[in-house]
Design a binder for this molecule. Structure first.
Ligand SMILES: Cc1cc2nc3c(=O)[nH]c(=O)nc-3n(C[C@H](O)[C@H](O)[C@H](O)COP(=O)(O)OP(=O)(O)OC[C@H]3O[C@@H](n4cnc5c(N)ncnc54)[C@H](O)[C@@H]3O)c2cc1C
Length: 324
């Protein structure tokens, strides 16, 4: 896009990490009129770090993986050091006893699955492209069914913990294509504890905050209510609780299925958007006295039958838990 493009007024809906990274990239490339609209009174969206007695606690995303190339690049640009707490990644049974991530007897199967993975994944190179346009139909089925079909029973478990805890949903529902966007060799290596995970002293939200500081026009408590066309101009008319704004282009990073109520769409578009399943997550923070310094996963509390139930551990285990 030439200079004229850079004079365009660009609106971005949502100041989560996606919206803020977009604003930062556009402004770095010389776009002069970029407006970010955020309905909440804070930036970060699902990256939400809170402070309590001088410490940071995460109410959304917890960690980064060293394989997050872009995140690592941004950390360098924003002088963000990876100096947060070193996270222990234990695995526990529902009674609080430590278990291993992969049961010993399944290790040979895991080694075999891990070896087969690169050739299996090479069939799905298209999945690395942005979007879901090129997805082969065999990846429409739930990830767990795809794993079963391909004899990846151990890998399926390894992925379940992270996928579920990262807030992406449940393996038995989520289409394989969606999971496989995340399933690359480097991420997998991070998952099985070969490499460390990344955390920040100011919490996950720190990167969003630093990006927000660079945004020239960020509007908090600005809820986008309606998106339409401005008659005869080719511009978009965006109605917000803070008034009506006009843009040449609009980028929407908020939950897509809500667009149905915000825009005039044709029947096919409505049908598609209404099919998007949005996982609602409640995150609870507890104050627990004498809590041992450990963190980890309870695979036995994940999976279909356990959804929407907080299952505290028996008190003798002294383990404090939150829910993600
Ligand atoms: C519990 C949990 C744990 C997670 N753990 C990890 C982890 O450890 N590591 C990891 O990499 N990922 C993790 N994730 C995933 C990660 O947090 C998300 O993928 C990422 O933060 C999404 O960013 P986003 O900007 O795309 O969307 P969001 O963060 O959802 O941002 C969208 C923004 O749009 C705003 N918005 C919505 N509607 C409107 C409107 N009408 N008008 C204006 N603004 C609007 C919202 O308020 C929000 O700020 C986790 C997610 C959850 C829920």
């Amino acid at each position: 896009m030439g200079m004229a493009g850079k004079e365009e007024h660009i609106g971005i809906v949502g100041a989560g990490i996606s919206g803020l990274a977009l604003a930062y990239e556009l402004e770095s490339r010389g776009y002069r009129y970029v407006t970010v609209m955020e309905q909440s009174d804070r930036v970060g969206g699902k990256c939400c770090s809170i402070e309590y007695k001088g410490r940071t606690y995460e109410m959304g995303a917890l960690i980064g993986l060293p394989s997050y190339q872009m995140t690592m690049e941004y950390m360098e640009q924003f002088d963000l050091l990876e100096k947060g707490p070193l996270l222990d990644r234990g695995f526990f049974d529902p009674d609080g006893s430590k278990i291993s991530q992969i049961p010993l007897e399944q290790m040979p199967d895991f080694a075999d699955e891990f070896k087969r993975l690169p050739s299996l994944m090479s069939k799905y190179e298209a999945i690395r492209q942005p979007g879901f346009r090129q997805v082969p139909p065999e990846l429409y089925k739930p990830f767990s069914a795809w794993c079963d079909e391909n004899g990846l029973t151990v890998l399926r478990q390894v992925f379940m913990h992270y996928f579920c805890a990262f807030g992406f949903g449940n393996m038995d529902d989520v289409p394989a294509a969606y999971v496989m966007k995340l399933l690359n060799y480097d991420n997998l290596v991070s998952f099985i504890e070969i490499t460390h995970m990344i955390s920040w002293p100011g919490g996950v939200v720190e990167l969003s905050k630093r990006m927000a500081d660079c945004a020239s026009d960020l509007r908090l408590t600005c809820e986008v209510q309606r998106i339409g066309k401005k008659e005869g101009t080719g511009q978009l008319k965006v109605v917000t609780n803070q008034g009506t704004l006009y843009f040449d282009r609009l980028i929407y990073t908020a939950p897509l299925q809500e667009l149905v109520h915000k825009m005039e769409l044709d029947a096919e578009e409505c049908r598609l958007l209404e099919n998007i399943v949005y996982e609602r997550f409640r995150v609870y923070a507890y104050r627990v006295d004498n809590m041992p310094k450990l963190s980890g996963y309870i695979p036995g509390n994940m999976g279909q039958g356990h959804r929407r139930h907080i299952r505290p551990l028996p008190s003798r285990t002294r383990l404090g838990i939150g829910e993600q």
